[in-house]
Ligand binder design. Structure first.
Ligand SMILES: [Zn+2]
Ligand SMILES: [Zn+2]
Ligand SMILES: [Zn+2]
Length: 282
């Protein structure tokens, strides 16, 4: 399984667009891996996990053939993960021309919770020329497994917003050979996640962890302490072992570290730090 991190920053980007806090300025000076677009990852060549406001720049930077995209799996409906304008562009025939593809096959499959679906419906209703038939939205729920191409996605309940507001999801993903846990946006996970993973028998090659809070205590995002606890929990239930790679993701200016500072901090713990363009092959 191949996962490409297209964006590893939090909602405001890193450095944040309009910010002059010390770490944003240091990140701007450091450049390179310290420059993070909004959260997005590509599975193989044609499945996206989230499609945020930087998707056009990500296409340009990585030379992506997004016309060949088969599916987008949304974690939740926050704007940095589910960008409505990207849906407008994909759904408007004059903006997205795919020669040789019959109209009935010119369909992008979307997967997400009821809340992601509501946001999709809003995008469709507000796009003056958008064709709803260019999408097929599959509503999914926590504790449900579903198939996207060669992958099985296990939807797990995140701890990001109160469930009465939105049931946010993280995903355990497997192609039958290897498995990854893609865990943002979320604070510390509930014990029912351990229970589900224990029963699934999945053993992860990669665990990608929300660390937006940095060294601050976790809330609707994890921080360093919660990431270490998640690693311990996965070891305890047998979902990870010494071969598992643990990688911090969804980084923000709430912590006070540039990429190189994060790497120096995390390396002694055997934990890696994601950056835009990082490719993981499991
Ligand atoms: Zn986010
Ligand atoms: Zn800042
Ligand atoms: Zn969010």
């Amino acid at each position: 399984m191949k996962l490409t991190y297209l964006g590893t920053g939090a909602a405001e980007g890193m450095p944040a667009t309009f910010c002059a806090c010390p770490v944003c300025l240091r990140s701007l000076r450091e450049g390179g891996k310290s420059l993070r677009m909004r959260s997005c990852a590509l599975l193989g060549d044609d499945v996206l996990i989230d499609m945020g406001p930087d998707i056009h720049t990500q296409k340009l930077r990585y030379g992506l053939r997004l016309d060949q995209l088969k599916a987008v799996v949304y974690t939740h409906s926050h704007e940095d993960h589910e960008d409505m304008y990207a849906l407008h562009v994909r759904g408007t025939p004059s903006c997205s021309v795919r020669p040789g593809v019959p109209a009935d096959q010119d369909v992008l499959d979307l997967y997400g919770s009821l809340w992601a679906f509501k946001r999709f419906e809003q995008a469709v209703s507000e796009g003056p020329k958008i064709r709803e038939e260019r999408f097929r939205f599959h509503q999914v729920e926590a504790w449900q497994a579903f198939h996207v191409g060669p992958y099985t996605f296990h939807a797990l309940r995140a701890n990001h917003r109160p469930i009465v507001v939105e049931d946010c999801l993280i995903y355990a993903i497997t192609d039958g050979i290897s498995a990854i846990l893609y865990a943002n946006d979320t604070g510390e996970l509930g014990p029912e996640v351990d229970e589900y993973l224990r029963k699934s028998g999945l053993r992860f090659s990669l665990v990608s962890m929300d660390c937006a809070r940095g060294l601050l205590p976790g809330d609707g995002h994890m921080g360093w302490a919660e990431c270490l606890r998640l690693r311990d929990r996965l070891y305890t239930i047998g979902a990870a072992d010494s071969d598992t790679r643990f990688i911090l993701n969804h980084l923000s200016h709430m912590n006070d570290m540039t990429h190189s500072e994060w790497e120096a901090f995390a390396a002694p713990y055997g934990i890696e730090v994601a950056y835009d363009g990082l490719i993981i092959e499991c």
